[in-house]
Ligand binder design. Structure first.
Ligand SMILES: [Zn+2]
Length: 104
């Protein structure tokens, strides 16, 4: 890899990350997990993020509620300047509101 990423690693979030991700990410439902794929709203690299069932399904006996927010973070395979040892991704994170009823 000879290309130098233009962004430094920075752990943080912005309101627009969630807005952009909501507009661009696609969601695939595998039953026991959801996989969200799209460009990272900060660095623009393609990434995907798996949400396991436990995070989006209400506990048995719990009252069904609206969508549960899930915290996503950049999982791009690029290593950015300043990233922690062994970490990839640009450090962006944001919360995603899954549609209610996701996963069946
Ligand atoms: Zn990123």
């Amino acid at each position: 890899m000879s290309t130098t990423p233009s962004l430094p690693y920075r752990y943080g979030t912005e309101d627009q990350f969630a807005q952009r991700a909501a507009a661009t990410f696609t969601l695939e439902d595998f039953g026991s997990a959801l996989v969200l794929s799209g460009p990272c709203p900060r660095c623009g690299q393609p990434m995907d993020f798996t949400v396991v069932e436990e995070l989006f399904r209400a506990a048995p006996g719990a009252a069904p509620g609206p969508a549960a927010p899930v915290v996503m973070y950049c999982t791009a395979e690029t290593v950015y300047e300043g990233s922690p040892e062994g970490h990839t991704g640009c450090g962006a994170y944001w919360s995603l509101l899954l549609p209610s009823g996701a996963g069946g």
